[in-house]
Design a protein around this ligand. Structure first.
Ligand SMILES: Nc1nc2c(ncn2[C@@H]2O[C@H](COP(=O)(O)OP(=O)(O)O)[C@@H](O)[C@H]2O)c(=O)[nH]1
Ligand SMILES: [Mg+2]
Length: 478
């Protein structure tokens, strides 16, 4: 099923009312409005610091001579729909695009947190190219291919993002009717073949199938790759990708089109709805940038992508329940651990014995003590071992018994009947939200799941975080 129930969907649309009423003709004006808007969020575990851009960081306020004082509102019920489209979702996406607005989109192809980063990268590329980023749904690649897709806006609060970041954001379901059967042709850039050398086709994704798009691809020039001809890194830089969004370099690199698979059309990359096959590997100046505080994708995008109020509420209830506290009462400060095992065992080549690869629990406990000490010293907050929640993809019951013996609480979605109550996506979404709302966090090095949680704990709560190194015996010794 593509859509959430209509009522819920409608509720989310009405969240857009406030800024839709203020719909203006330039994104710059929108930016200056949203920066002055105040947050209506009702809940945070620890006060979320407001971190609006300084005046220099947002689009400059236009001179009054440049402003059309009466916004030219289209004739439909503007309150119901995003101001970045003409009206309700249409059978064909092109029928809903505004002539005065340019768009940018891209697809997904990995685990959920990789995919969250991919959309963050897309939104950032939209910011630097003055285009409205259009995000599609999350696809269930790692939670079972038969699970439904998840709407971006049912996980992240889009209205809050727009208000607090000053940047636009749009979902595909607001552009094209998810029930439409019309397969549309479009031309996109193929970055994948320019950054890696073992797959000789654009990056695959199920998202275009969901959106009913038949894509002709043009291979991006080799210069989008950060380290040309280097097979061990796949980064393409945001600013080289941005060059393809403007006429000079776009025009020089057209031609050599891979025709679309269904209609066999040969379209150049679209100028109205600019699209790239896969942006997970895009970076500003090096790979794995989300580890670093300077990462523009986090500073300009990720930090403003907060959970929806629904997710926040359920998360609070879960945390309180596992600590045996009143469900709707205040949450105590706590620390979360994310231990990533599962397919990470494929990166254990440096471990002599299989059991040497992942950090044992006492090593993780040492990191917990570091977090406890830092929070005590820096914030005067004492968090006992009994206020530690373990989240993990580990399935071995013996390992979980050891966790319990230390006094850490298991986030047990079987016991909580999470799938039965909320669906297949909620175990992973709630675990991420639980990690992000703690005052402390101990994660697994190189896991995007952990990397995003670390950033959220540091920047949303001024919390303390450590990453456990792994891959060989004693990897986390320090
Ligand atoms: N519910 C739950 N799922 C997990 C956990 N750790 C890993 N997974 C699953 O494994 C996937 C890992 O992919 P991803 O999110 O891209 O993170 P990464 O592979 O660690 O970088 C997640 O999306 C989940 O489906 C966990 O602690 N809780
Ligand atoms: Mg992954």
């Amino acid at each position: 099923m593509y859509r959430k129930p209509a009522l819920k969907h409608h509720r989310r649309r009405t969240l857009i009312v406030a800024f839709a009423c203020l719909s203006v003709i330039s994104l710059g004006i929108l930016a200056s409005w949203t920066v002055s808007g105040s947050s209506t969020s009702t809940y945070t575990s620890h006060d979320t610091p407001e971190t609006p851009f300084s005046d220099e960081d947002v689009a400059p306020r236009p001179h009054e001579d440049d402003v059309t004082t009466e916004p030219s509102l289209p004739s439909y019920e503007v309150e119901e729909y995003s101001p970045y489209v003409l009206g309700p979702p249409t059978e064909r996406f092109r029928d809903n695009l505004r002539n005065d607005t340019k768009y940018i989109t891209s697809w997904l192809s990995a685990g959920w947190n990789n995919d969250v980063m991919t959309y963050m990268n897309l939104i950032y590329l939209g910011i630097i190219t003055d285009r409205v980023p259009v995000v599609a749904m999350f696809t269930p690649s790692h939670i079972g291919g038969d699970a439904p897709v998840m709407n971006f806006g049912d996980v992240f609060d889009i209205k809050r993002f727009i208000r607090e970041s000053g940047s636009p954001l749009l979902e595909w379901l607001d552009v094209k009717d998810p029930g439409s059967d019309v397969v549309e042709d479009i031309g996109c850039w193929n970055i994948w073949e320019s950054v890696q050398y073992y797959e000789h086709f654009p990056r695959g994704s199920s998202v275009p199938d969901w959106l009913k798009l038949d894509i002709a691809y043009t291979k991006a020039p080799n210069w989008v790759k950060l380290i040309p001809d280097y097979e061990h890194d796949k980064c393409s830089t945001f600013w080289t990708l941005a060059r393809l969004a403007y006429p000079e370099d776009r025009d020089k690199n057209l031609g050599d089109i891979l025709p679309s698979p269904l209609h066999n059309t040969s379209l150049d990359p679209d100028e109205h709805m600019l699209c790239y096959d896969y942006l997970y590997y895009a970076c500003a100046s090096m790979s794995s940038e989300y580890d670093y505080a300077y990462a523009p994708t986090w500073r300009y995008v990720g930090q403003y992508l907060h959970w929806t109020e629904d997710i926040q509420t359920i998360t609070t209830q879960y945390v309180n329940r596992v600590f045996g506290l009143p469900e709707d009462g205040p949450m105590p400060p706590y620390i979360t651990i994310h231990v990533r095992h599962g397919d990470f065992k494929n990166w254990c080549w440096a471990a002599e014995l299989p059991e040497d690869c992942f950090a044992p629990l006492p090593v993780i406990a040492r990191r917990i003590r570091e977090v406890q000490d830092e929070l005590r010293e820096r914030k005067g907050t004492d968090i006992p071992m009994t206020r530690v929640i373990m989240t993990s993809d580990e399935t071995d019951p013996a390992w979980w018994d050891e966790v319990a013996a230390i006094g850490w609480v298991k986030m047990d979605h079987d016991e909580q009947k999470t799938v039965e109550r909320y669906g297949r996506w909620h175990p992973v979404i709630l675990d991420a939200a639980i990690q992000s709302l703690g005052l402390g966090f101990v994660g697994t090095d190189r896991s995007t799941f952990s990397i995003l949680s670390r950033r959220r704990v540091l920047d949303w709560h001024d919390g303390a975080a450590r990453m456990v190194l792994w891959g060989s015996k004693g990897a986390d010794d320090h």
